[in-house]
Design a protein around this ligand. Sequence first.
Ligand code: PMV
Length: 348
Amino acid sequence: NDMLSGAFTWKAPSNIALVKYWGKHGNQLPANPSVSFTLDHCATITTLRFEKRDKPAEAFGMEVFFEGVINDGFRPKILGFMERIEPYLPFLRNYHFTVHTSNSFPHSSGIASSASGMSALALCFMSLERELSGGMSEAFFYRKASFLARLGSGSACRSIGGGLIVWGTHKEIPGSSDLYGIGYPGEVHPVFRGYRDTVLLVDRGKKQVSSTAGHGLMKGHPFAAQRFLQASSNISELIPVLGNGDLRAFIRLVESEALTLHAMMMTGSPYYMLMQPATLQVIRKIWEFREESGCPACFTLDAGANVHLLYPGEEKKRVMEFINSELVAYCENEQYICDRVGEGAFLI
Ligand code: PMV
């Protein structure tokens, strides 16, 4: 099957970790297992155009456009990604590629786009692989896409499927692997299907610490070994909670994971403080609101200052009132992004 030219377009979502991945080894293998919600609204749309070359070339042929404009900033990242996936996709030097990519969330919102971006691109390459190899099972297609996405950005392997995703081997989760993400196979209480994530844009600036540097901090970190064990035991505790919908226990685990991620950065060498004053003010407001209203809303954080407010869909009305009256004051330009648990990536 010879493909001379054509294009594939995929839309892939971002994800938010409940139990965090922080620390890696070998070829992008996680130091501990992680669990995430796949998001819906925050996503990347990527078109990969390909044109067969007369003969395989020394250098990769790749041009990159971001939101319609040629982008030489993303190009080295994508070339590095191609180098890492070439052993698994031997056709890469036979084609000239053009990538057009755009995000559904505001540019420079402080929202990381590496997970959605790398998973969208991995899926585009897999679509070509599927054509060239004369077809494959859906299961194999998605598993290999996740495997490839992982080589672009670890957390990107959790941005292929929908719902709850696990990445990293965990003894109580059958099928879990360090090599790719899988759909969480356990029982999931209906409350988690309609979960919301409102991202409060406290700081839209560039990330202070790249995640590569962040993962590097865990090498030789005095608390690393304990942290990796804790992540696994937090997943063990989360398994029954996901099944029975015990939101008090869910909140305790999720907030503790977020604070631990930041504690690792504060206690590393060098040390970093990625929270801003407004991050702490928002967290205090969320605690007050929960105490006073009994509403089971909680926060989580990525490696940055923005706060993700997580809550069940049926709480939407009173949480949005709370956000609009109490929290927008702490957001840059009063901006926030409303998202929810989504269905995963799809071909356009
Ligand atoms: O995928 P990376 O290398 O950008 O790492 C992301 C790590 C966190 O977002 C901080 C946590 C996680 O599990 O997503």
